[in-house]
Design a binder for this molecule. Structure first.
Ligand code: ADP
Ligand code: MG
Length: 684
């Protein structure tokens, strides 16, 4: 492996400066370099007879230089090398601007390959500054499928190509075959050397396809093995075995009847908790599907068994809200509920921590503060995280490690297509809540443009005068990012609304405020003291304000569909008829189509599937929020079928060798470990 680990700066023709540029692209070692796959390819494999080229076509031709190149100075600072080339079918006049050296490199009678744009027809064909090379150039850029790499200023395609070429030549035989022979043969996958060669310099399109298929498989297989190992590691944990108990007391204390889906999720979990193995379950359900109740039932069950629970929320506001809800639901049974957040004073924290330690608190709700080093638990039997992709697997485990193999329930409101959930949550069992509580009103959704502004303001006025409250959400602007033309900043927009409605109470929550300030404004809104709350997406996660009946989203095209769906879920939570208005001046067809989906359905799963279809998973998931490593070749959307095959192959392999200790799995084991190392933040 020695050569593969070499720093790229020591590669021939690279050096310190170019190495720094490559580092910018995430390329540090020779291994990184050969794994830096092309972004796309140009098909320069066919030489076209000159007579068959069309005006404006980018083509590859092979022709003989018909006259000696002439150097002309057409005006000051402008030099021109000109000559004519011919093949059996026709002629092209070739010119190079400001490259006087071309005159000395090209000679009459030479046969050369050219690649460039043809302008003109018949005898008047010309090509300006085409790529040229001799027939048998070492790192050919004509007469073949040519890779196109992602670049950064200071790097050229040519440099990338020759660097990769040299790296491949030098390490070709050293590339480890991470796929076990049995898997490679069974799924008819190309060998590693062939794959790396052909993903960069394909012999033909078939070779490229074989290479791609193998590399996609490899990538997804590694991922599946890695996640499978995590799952296996959790699986073997013994868990506290809970005694059965009669839930009638719990259900009858509720103000409503649980839905069938809620019941199913609860009984899945009860089965886990009675099994003697630690529960590790994801409850996935759309916004408003009533996930909190599932958690409450299990917390109650743990309490009945003399066990305490911890409930972790992603934000202070949510922790506060869960605290209030769960106090209401569980306090009546005599369950002692506590709250622990970063915003509390040192004194308050100290008190809570000691109550936790001595077991006075039966259920603690909080933010990340729950797994600080100095927090100790007493008989921690159940850990619930309401995470919506915000906690990494490792954060979850640091809380889990506070108890003696507690049961774990993860709740997520981000609907993702099942096949993806399978791999993203590879370490969890899944219950889906696919049914909303009865009587839930559909939130009427409209997509409008600026022309609707006056009417929209009228609508705000009407609802507020009926006593309702209004959410207005503006896109989040990155710090230092200049406000693009036509984009509303939350603060400015709030000021505008305030001057339009001088008698109403308008407030704003945005990213630059301190947590304390944000919480104060939110609390004011929840208490009904604010009519219109303008914010960036901080309110995205589960805040409950039943009196809010209108959600306005400005520049709606800047949001992901799943995000829009989450935001819309903030209204329609009470008894009032609710509305969502998506304001956008986009004339982009895909954006329009996406907004239209929002107006047509309230089903989060349908929306996420459509979104995935329209945009592809890269955008869909945003900046790696899913906690999966970035994919080099695989596309989690279009390569779904490979994903399934790779996953079953991984399961099969892990069943026979869970720790990958067999000698034939040595390289695979290394690669899986490398994947963990590179993604320590999300996967451990
Ligand atoms: P989410 O899944 O988004 O976390 P919540 O647990 O916050 O949803 O529940 C949303 C609302 O629905 C809450 O106000 C809750 O009291 C109510 N709710 C939950 N389950 C039911 C049910 N079975 N019948 C009626 N209302 C319910
Ligand atoms: Mg919730």
């Amino acid at each position: 492996m020695a050569y593969l680990d070499t720093d790229v700066r020591y590669c021939k023709g690279i050096g310190e400066k170019k190495a720094q540029l490559l580092n910018k692209l995430g390329v540090f070692t020779v291994h990184d370099l050969v794994s830096f796959f092309p972004r796309k390819y140009e098909d320069r494999s066919q030489f076209k007879p000159i007579a068959l080229t069309c005006d404006g076509e980018t083509a590859c031709i092979r022709a003989i230089v018909a006259d000696s190149p002439r150097l002309m100075r057409i005006r000051r600072g402008m030099e021109l090398v000109k000559f004519r080339v011919v093949d059996e079918s026709g002629a092209v006049d070739i010119t190079y601007f400001n490259q006087p050296y071309v005159k000395d490199n090209i000679h009459k009678g030479q046969c050369l390959n050219f690649y460039g744009k043809i302008i003109g027809v018949g005898a008047k064909r010309t090509m300006a500054n085409p790529v040229y090379e001799t027939e048998n150039a070492a790192c050919g850029v004509t007469g073949r499928i040519v890779p196109v790499y992602r670049l950064t200023t200071g790097l050229s395609q040519k440099l990338m190509m020759s660097a990769v070429r040299q790296a491949l030549d030098a390490c070709g035989d050293e590339l480890p075959e991470v796929l076990p022979e049995s898997v490679r043969v069974k799924y008819q996958l190309a060998q590693t050397g062939y794959a790396y060669e052909n993903i960069h310099f394909p012999v033909d399109f078939e070779g490229l396809e074989l290479a791609r298929r193998r590399l996609i498989f490899e990538e997804l297989f590694l991922l599946a093995c890695a996640l499978g190992k995590v799952k296996g590691a959790h699986r073997r944990d013994d868990g506290i075995k809970l005694k059965p108990c009669d839930f009638t007391e719990f259900w009858s204390a509720l103000p409503f009847k649980p839905t069938g889906a809620q019941m199913r999720a609860v009984s899945d979990a009860i089965r886990d908790m009675q099994s003697g193995t630690a529960m590790n379950r994801l409850v996935q359900g759309d916004v408003g599907s009533g996930k909190t109740l599932v958690a409450a039932a299990l917390i109650w069950y743990a309490w009945k068994n003399g066990l305490n629970s911890a409930f972790m929320a992603p934000t202070e506001i949510l922790a506060q809200q869960h605290y209030e809800n769960l106090c209401n639901m569980l306090g009546g049974f005599g369950i002692n509920v506590g709250l622990l957040t970063g915003a509390m004073t040192a004194n308050q924290k100290r008190e809570i921590k000691s109550a936790l330690k001595d077991g006075t608190i039966d259920l603690i709700i909080g933010t990340h503060a729950l797994f600080s080093d100095d927090v100790e638990y007493n008989k921690l039997g159940l850990v619930v995280t309401d995470e919506q992709h915000r906690f990494g697997v490792n954060q979850r485990s640091s809380l889990i490690s506070k108890g003696d193999k507690p049961h774990v329930l993860v709740m997520s409101a981000t609907p993702i297509p099942r096949t993806l959930a399978l791999i993203i949550y590879g370490d969890l069992d899944i219950s889906v809540i696919d049914e909303l509580p009865p009587g839930r009103q559909k939130v009427d959704t409209f997509a409008v443009n600026e022309g609707y502004r006056v009417r929209l303001n009228g609508f705000i006025r009407k609802l507020v005068s009926e006593g309702r409250q209004v959410f207005v959400v503006c896109p989040m602007i990155e710090e230092n990012e200049e406000l693009p033309e036509g984009i509303k900043s939350a603060q400015e927009h709030a000021a505008q609304l305030q001057s339009y409605f001088p008698d109403l109470k308008v407030a704003c929550v945005h990213g630059k405020q301190k947590a304390k300030e944000k919480n104060a404004v939110m609390a004011d809104f929840v208490a009904g003291n604010i009519d219109i709350l303008v914010s960036t997406t901080v309110i995205e996660v589960g805040v409950d304000v039943p009196n809010a009946a209108l959600m306005i989203i400005e520049n709606a095209d800047r949001f992901g569909l799943s995000q829009l769906h989450q935001l819309r879920g903030r209204v329609g939570r009470g008894k009032h008829k609710s509305y969502c208005v998506l304001v956008s001046d986009t004339d982009n067809e895909v954006s329009e189509a996406r907004l239209k989906i929002m107006t047509q359905t309230n089903d989060g799963f349908k929306i996420s599937e459509e979104d995935l279809r329209l945009r592809g998973p890269g955008d869909f998931f945003g900046s790696r929020q899913h906690g999966l490593p970035a994919m080099h070749v695989a596309d989690l959307c279009t390569d779904m079928n490979v994903l399934q095959t790779a996953q079953s192959a991984a399961q099969e392999l892990l069943a026979s060798d869970p720790e990958l200790v067999k000698p034939e799995h040595e390289y695979l084991k290394n690669a899986v470990e490398r994947l963990f190392e590179l993604n320590a933040d999300t996967m451990n």
